[in-house]
Design a protein around this ligand. Structure first.
Ligand SMILES: C[S@@+](CC[C@H](N)C(=O)[O-])C[C@H]1O[C@@H](n2cnc3c(N)ncnc32)[C@H](O)[C@@H]1O
Length: 184
């Protein structure tokens, strides 16, 4: 069965509180931790793999300030997120597609960042992490080309719990490249 765009299981997003979106939320560890840390914000996870979506759903099902959608992040950002309605978008360790012939499958491009900018509030921000230096350089170039963001300093403190993959990369000693983009 393929993920579907809109259906009865999609909890609508609330209004009047800041919304944060975790694109490619995997099994929802970060989503759940953020929802506990910030009860006055609402958290939406987006995941295209059914099993991971289901695991996230079980994880956040009892929380009133988090939900997950089973779909492609592109579809969520392009057609379903409210315009100028999202406070923060997190994209942590998107699939790097390291082979040149697969670059076009990468999620982050200047076109995609443009769509993210439309979904973000006027001072909204986008937080990106990757372990792949080539993808990181491509993300920085895409941000420049899209012309909607300014780069900010990454503050890595207790404000943000570690994501599942971030923990793995820390344990393995792999470098992690971080980028915060503020909508201008
Ligand atoms: C490398 S994992 C990182 C998971 C998590 N963000 C973390 O930091 O622990 C990438 C996740 O993004 C999901 N994913 C990849 N491309 C996606 C897309 N276009 N739409 C939604 N999910 C996607 C994958 O299924 C996977 O769960």
């Amino acid at each position: 069965m393929e993920p579907c765009a809109t259906s009865e299981w999609m909890v609508p997003l609330p209004t009047g509180i800041p919304i944060e979106v975790d694109l490619g939320c995997a099994r929802g560890h970060f989503l759940e931790a953020m929802a506990h840390l910030y009860p006055n914000r609402f958290f939406l996870g987006v995941e295209r793999l059914k099993l991971r979506y289901q695991k996230t759903l079980r994880r956040v099902n009892s929380l009133t300030n988090a939900t997950v959608w089973w779909m492609d992040s592109r579809q969520a950002v392009e057609t379903l997120l409210p315009r100028a309605g999202i406070h923060t978008i997190h994209i942590s360790f998107p699939d790097p597609w390291p082979k040149r012939r697969h670059y076009r499958r990468r999620l982050v491009s200047s076109e995609f960042l443009q769509k993210c900018a439309s979904a973000l509030t006027s001072s909204g921000n986008l937080r990106l992490m990757t372990d792949h230096p080539g993808y990181f350089a491509a993300m920085q170039a895409a941000a420049k080309a899209c012309n909607e963001f300014s780069e900010e300093k990454w503050e890595n403190n207790a404000e943000f719990p570690l994501t599942e993959f971030q923990k793995r990369f820390i344990v393995s000693g792999a470098p992690i490249y971080c980028l915060v983009l503020r909508k201008t």
